[in-house]
Design a protein around this ligand. Sequence first.
Ligand code: UGA
Ligand code: MN
Length: 313
Amino acid sequence: MKSLLFSRFLLLLPWVLIVIIVLDIDSSRAPLPALAPRGGGGGGGSGSGGARPAAGRAAAPRRPEAALPTIYAITPTYSRPVQKAELTRLANTFRQVARLHWILVEDAAARSDLVSRFVAGAGLPCTHLHVPTPRRYKRPGLPRATEQRNAGLAWLRQRHQHLPPPQPGVLFFADDDNTYSLELFQEMRTTRKVSVWPVGLVGGRRYERPVVENGKVVGWYTGWRADRPFAIDMAGFAVSLQVILSHPKAVFKRRGSQPGMQESDFLKQITTVEELEPKANNCTKVLVWHTRTEKVNLANEPKYHLDTVSIEV
Ligand code: UGA
Ligand code: MN
């Protein structure tokens, strides 16, 4: 009986080994997921904040990232109780995107310790700038982050002025409280001049979107100020680096600017509606949401420091 079992075992063994080897070869050939986290750092990160390579995945096959245009994300940010939480959400998204360079611009007279520490540990190429909004513009009803976005544009132009021909790149304005899908970055990466797409939860509607006919933008679906030349939120467009460099004077303006008109005022300087490139399946998919974080309740926060330790939140 024993010898019968043993001979059966010997007979089966080679087949079991073959199956194991075939399975092993198959799994090592399996393609990487389309949006696999990137090794980090390779985007040529620089700036005062410095770039930090993300940890791990050293053995994963390298994707031909060098061929991808760099995405520059300009994020204005200001100090408030939820700031670090917002930046954490944003970094967790941006870290998944290949060749993304984050330009974080603090609305402050100096770089804060909180943001400096955050940038140092963010795990993606990051430039940390700062410029304060003049006090007279810090009023409800006035456009926000004008000076910060302009500082980001100035940095970008300065960085590329000595590098003809410019490296392929795409710029977009990423407010710190919005929600960005990873698919959005795939869409904007192919921007030739200026691309547009829908934005969710904005303008008093579930979404706003450019209306597209025969591949061209012919109007805007919006519930708010439909008379805007470009009825689109800051999160709804991207601009190629080439266009930014060939229009060196295009900036966000304080004078005469009303809230909600900043996008139109800026886009008017660099493009026309006819020229816009619709993304997100002819502007029928929402890939970014204009989420706004509720003001936190700190009613029970003590006036003086009571805890035995000092904690950054
Ligand atoms: C809407 C648009 O989505 C913004 O792009 C536009 O700048 C803004 O209106 C405007 O009125 O100018 P909203 O959600 O109302 O956005 O604005 P916030 O998210 O409060 O601010 C936009 C960006 O500016 C954020 O990244 C925020 O951190 C920054 N910000 C805001 C500052 O840097 N300083 C401030 O005093 C306020
Ligand atoms: Mn916002």
